[in-house]
Design a protein around this ligand. Structure first.
Ligand code: PLP
Length: 371
């Protein structure tokens, strides 16, 4: 039995008729970029997240960069985030012209540790810290209650990188609806995935208006460019496909949670560390990540059994050649980040996976752990 770690093809096939007719509709519509499908998707996605407005952009990296720029973050400013994330989060800070300060994670949820954020702010009074980017890694929201308090106290913008957390909830509020602004990627393997690149920024109407201008040369209706902008647009095909997939997102996230609890039932009695969910959180399980000191050995074993796995992420951003030496480190160092990168392993979890697939994969991991 072969089990891949992700399957964007399965996601297309699960909704093939609806997606094909959405594509047909766009092909003959005469409008291919930023047209009625984008506008409709933006409205539907904003109301799903619970925000005034969502603005479609080219991808999730641009979404973070544009959100920062809309908040007025730029050269001379510093932005706090994690090193345990997709390199895109940190790349976007530099693309906006700001300097990343990378802070350690809380090892129980693999997300930004608010205590370390606060000590970093206190210890680096000389840096012009303007914003914090909370990454809801693997679909588990960062500790937003603490981060919202810190952002208020120190007058910082709070940006949620929701590229892995479409539909996750904190006390009944959707990820992306808690901080000042939420950013999303619709890369094909994400919980809400297009068939190509896409992204969105969700915010209140004032900030969202700035985002809408920035995504297209800084344009403002009749006035021409009101600010230096970029070109980062969502196209009609992707928007039409995303409208189909958005209708299935809650069901698919529920399926991910069922598969995750099935994994945990089988693996919790072993020495393997399973994902935890903080009280009040509804996890979106973009990834199901286990932890063991013998990670590489387990990974090789699963590869030998035709089971795909992932490591998110094998090298923290501050140690990657493109970034090493350029990013600042938060107070207390990055010990939890570096330890996690050596021990984490992502098992297959996507809505089209069968219960038997999960039985099979979890059984292989259990057997290995008990040997
Ligand atoms: C995927 C991802 C991004 C970047 O999205 P792209 O669409 O690939 O640019 C940013 N942040 C996180 C946490 C991601 O997982």
């Amino acid at each position: 039995m072969k089990v891949p770690v992700a399957s964007p093809l399965a996601s297309y096939l699960a909704h093939q008729d609806e997606i094909d007719s959405a594509i047909d509709r766009v092909l003959t519509s005469r409008s291919y970029v930023l047209g009625p499908e984008v506008e409709a998707f933006e409205g539907e996605f904003a109301s799903y997240i619970g925000r005034d407005r969502a603005v479609g952009v080219g991808n999730g990296t641009d979404a973070v960069e544009i959100a920062l720029r809309a908040c007025g973050v730029g050269p001379g400013d510093a932005v706090i985030t994690v090193s345990h994330t997709a390199v895109a989060t940190v790349a976007a800070i530099e693309l906006a012209g700001a300097t990343p300060i990378l802070v350690d994670i809380d090892p129980s949820t693999f997300t930004l540790d608010p205590g370390r954020v606060e000590s970093t702010i206190r210890d680096s009074r000389s840096a012009r810290i303007k914003a914090v980017i909370a990454v809801h890694l693997y679909g588990h929201p960062a500790d937003m209650v603490s981060l919202m308090r810190i952002a208020r106290e120190y007058d910082l913008w709070l940006i949620e990188d929701c590229a892995q957390a479409h539909g996750a909830l904190v006390d009944g509020v959707r990820a992306g609806g808690l901080g000042d602004v939420g950013t999303f990627s619709f890369y094909p393997t994400k919980n809400l995935g297009a068939i190509g690149d896409g992204g969105a920024v969700a915010a209140g109407s004032e900030l969202a208006g700035k985002v809408a201008s920035l995504r297209q040369y800084g344009l403002q209706a009749a006035a021409g460019s009101e600010q230096p902008g970029m070109n980062s647009r969502l196209d009609e095909l992707q928007a039409a496909i995303l409208r189909v997939k958005l209708r299935h997102l809650d069901d698919e996230n529920a399926r991910r949670r069922r598969l995750a609890s099935h994994y945990s039932e089988i693996l919790e009695p072993t020495s393997i560390q399973c994902p935890m969910t903080r009280p009040g959180v509804e996890h979106a399980f973009h990834q199901y990540v286990i932890r063991t000191p013998r990670r590489d050995e387990l990974r090789d074993h699963l590869i030998g059994c035709s089971v795909g796995t992932g490591i998110h992420y094998p090298v923290p951003v501050h140690l990657q050649p493109g970034y090493a030496g350029r990013t600042a480190m938060g107070s207390g160092g990055l010990g939890h980040t570096e330890a996690a990168s050596r021990e984490i392993l992502s098992l297959p979890v996507y809505p089209q996976l069968s219960d038997d697939d999960v039985d099979h994969v979890a059984g292989l991991v259990r057997e290995w752990a008990q040997r």
